[in-house]
Design a binder for this molecule. Structure first.
Ligand code: SF4
Length: 96
């Protein structure tokens, strides 16, 4: 979406009560991206069984703030939930 180029990456920050659902397929895709095994992805990047770690400010561990492009450092291997966002709806972060 072109409109994403003007967004600071709101959808890559964890909101209270929300989480990014990571599936075993997502984990395997990330493992192949990094050239490591699925267990290593779980140990290094997962906060719990179904969610990625976030930084102190709530940003996804794979989010590189500051730039306007290539902010997801695993873009080609990003999880399905990231790929489908905003799920055919207008972006909820950019309303008003
Ligand atoms: S994996 Fe990439 S696209 Fe998905 S939340 Fe993290 S930084 Fe954003």
């Amino acid at each position: 979406m072109d409109i994403c180029n003007d967004c600071p990456g709101y959808c890559c920050y964890k909101k209270n009560g929300a989480y990014l659902l990571i599936t075993s397929l997502d984990i395997n895709r990330l493992a192949r991206f990094f050239g490591i095994n699925d267990g290593d992805v779980r140990r290094k990047y997962m906060a719990n069984r179904h969610s990625l770690k976030v930084r102190k400010d709530g940003a996804c561990i794979f989010f590189a703030p500051g730039g306007t492009i290539k902010r997801c450092i695993v873009y080609d291997a990003r999880p399905d939930q990231c790929r489908s966002f905003p799920h055919g709806e207008p972006c909820p972060y950019l309303q008003d």
